[in-house]
Structures are given as C-alpha cells and as structure tokens.
Design a protein around this ligand. Sequence first.
Ligand SMILES: [Zn+2]
Ligand SMILES: [Zn+2]
Length: 152
Amino acid sequence: MNAAVVLETRAGGCLCGAVRFEADLVSRNFGACHCAMCRRWTGSALLGMTFPLGNVRWSGEDHIATRQSSPWAMRAWCRDCGTNLYFRVTADSAYAGDIELPIGILDDASGLTMTNEIYIDHKPDSFAYAGAGRKQMTRQDCIEKFSLLGTA
Ligand SMILES: [Zn+2]
Ligand SMILES: [Zn+2]
C-alpha cells in the first residue's frame, strides 16, 4: 500500500496491557479472512484492517512474539497473554510490509465497515456475517490476485 492520507489515530493493545499501540487509519474499511490459517489463529475469522508498515507505533515490543506462518506472511501475538496482534506480509510484493490488525484489539472498534470477505469458499457453514454488498473472493480469486501460491 502506498502512503495515504491519515484519517485518524486509534489506540489499542493486548488483553494484559503489556503491548500497546497507536495506529494511523488510512481507511475505516476492514475485511474478513476465512482461510484455514486465520480460522485457526483467531478461532473464527480474521477481521482485519490494513495499515502501511509505518502507520503503527508499538510500545512493549519486547512482549511481542512472531512466527513466519507461511512463505507469504508472519503473525504476531503477545507472549504474556496470547492476544493476536498482527499479520504482516513478508513476501516480496506490492503488499510487503503491510500489516493487518484485528479490529478487536482497537480500544474503540466502532464506526468501521466490513467491505470484503476473502476465502469465502472456506467459511464454515455454521455462521455468516449480517449485511450485504461486500466484495467476496474465493481462495482461487485470492491466489490469482495476490499470487499466493502454496499458502493457506
Ligand atoms: Zn498481553
Ligand atoms: Zn487468512
């Protein structure tokens, strides 16, 4: 993602408070990812908002644990309380360095709009988000758009 106009800054952090952050929003839109990795990681779906790398400032970084979860990306969490903190694209691509923050770790997650769902064909049939008009992409759509061979 290229540098974009900052709309507002929101704070957030993990369950135990060891990790805190300030995030500069360039959009109020977020998406749901239903891929098997996000499903396991979150227990449901990743409701993630995208930020360019420099737009999130952390405190308590020594409490952050990370894992390269695929050739494409790494995932991070608080090593003290287990709160999932971010997904970061590590593969050399137009998205390199971008991070996805779960919107649930923002102190104030109001006023946001879910605009897309990806890996929609991998969503468990037991639940669905309310509302209509979201862009939906299948796993194959994602592979073609993001060139994610061999992931999720
Ligand atoms: Zn914590
Ligand atoms: Zn996913």
